[in-house]
Design a protein around this ligand. Structure first.
Ligand code: AHG
Ligand code: MN
Ligand code: MN
Length: 338
């Protein structure tokens, strides 16, 4: 490996070249990255750090919280509230927004996060992650409210995730491509290990929870049936399947070698647009995937164009290699909705 570039150096050089990472945004990204380092340490300790198992509480979405869901949420709030870069935060694990307390200066940005993605994998020692999204607070009024967060994903100033796996990797976009940083534990620093990440346009690998097959809409069923038919089917090639059940891990694989990820609407709860959350999961991941040359839709439209109507809104997600995402989206269009 040649000269090592740290996260700080990367952010400063990007600002010098393109002017799109003002000081508050840089501080924000560095603080989130530092919080992820702390989370990585807790994740690593596992049973020794008493971080496994249930917290015995439920979040606003009725999901049982794991100890780590709660710990990671606290770590991210504590790390971010005092720096002067934020006006407020919102999290999958909190009912409403968290306004930066009056004793700290108010900043220009809004931070949204899924503090711990892949909760079902914590106790079984499989990769998990933290996902975050950054918006600018509209500057036409004083104070901050939930309404300020309800901006389409195309307005994100930055987005990223950290994956706690065999390696701890931070993946970041500020709207000018995607960069990956690997945590050097001895030095305690994030080192740039890949820049200009690109997702191949075609793939032979899909990720979907097949146990829900009987509940899917016809366009999703059609796409997967055609993949399963392999060489002898209409696609003329064999497909492989992967499902980690941590969106971060599935998306990370897609950024590394291509693929398509789907958590589509299904008829178990027809009024629910999907399982995944628009603001904490779908928007940041869609921003990253598009910045790497991939695509992301809900079957009808680009995810980043969706105008959210509430903080904890859910959405159907189809993302990854461009040509496959376009195919599934076309199947939805041909079916006239669904
Ligand atoms: P979270 O742990 O933040 O609630 O998210 C879990 C999500 C996502 O990471 C993953 O792709 C999906 O739920 C897995 O769902 P199934 O258990 O239904 O496969
Ligand atoms: Mn999640
Ligand atoms: Mn979560």
């Amino acid at each position: 490996m040649g000269k090592r570039i740290s996260l700080t150096q990367y952010l400063i050089e990007q600002q010098r070249m393109h002017g799109h990472i003002p000081a508050q945004l840089r501080l924000l990204i560095e603080v989130v990255a530092r919080a992820c380092k702390r989370i990585a340490i807790s994740v690593n300790k596992g049973a020794l750090g008493d971080v496994l198992g249930s917290a015995g509480t439920e979040n606003v979405q009725g999901e049982v919280q794991k100890k780590l869901d709660v710990i990671c949420n606290e770590v991210l709030i504590e790390a971010n509230e005092w720096g002067g870069h934020l006006a407020a935060m919102a999290s999958e694990e909190m009912d409403g927004i968290y306004v930066v307390p009056n004793r700290f200066p108010q900043g220009e940005y809004l931070l949204l996060f899924d503090p711990l993605d892949g909760s079902s994998n914590i106790d079984v020692n499989v990769s998990i992650g933290t996902i975050f999204s950054v918006l600018k607070k509209p500057d036409d009024h004083a104070g901050v409210s939930e309404q300020d967060f309800l901006q389409p994903g195309s307005k994100q100033a930055a987005a990223g995730y950290c994956i706690y796996g065999p390696q701890t990797t931070l993946v970041l976009t500020v709207g000018d491509g995607v960069a990956m940083f690997t945590l050097d534990r001895e030095q305690g620093s994030w080192v740039l290990t890949q820049d200009g990440v690109t997702i191949p346009e075609d793939t032979k690998e899909f990720a979907i929870n097949m146990s829900n097959m009987r509940h899917w809409a016809p366009p999703v069923r059609r796409y997967i049936d055609e993949c399963l038919a392999g060489k002898d089917g209409p696609r003329g090639k064999d497909f492989n399947m992967r499902w980690v059940a941590s969106m971060v891990a599935d998306v990370h694989r897609i950024l590394t070698r291509g693929g398509i990820f789907m958590y589509p609407w299904d008829k178990r709860e027809p009024d629910k647009p999907g399982k995944l959350r628009l603001m904490y999961e779908a928007n940041p991941m869609s921003f990253i995937v598009e910045q790497a040359g991939g695509a992301a839709t809900n079957g009808q439209q680009r995810i980043l164009d969706i105008q959210p109507s509430k903080l904890h809104e859910r959405v159907s997600v189809i993302l990854g290699s461009k040509n496959e995402v376009e195919r599934v989206t076309a199947y939805h269009r041909e079916a006239g909705g669904a």
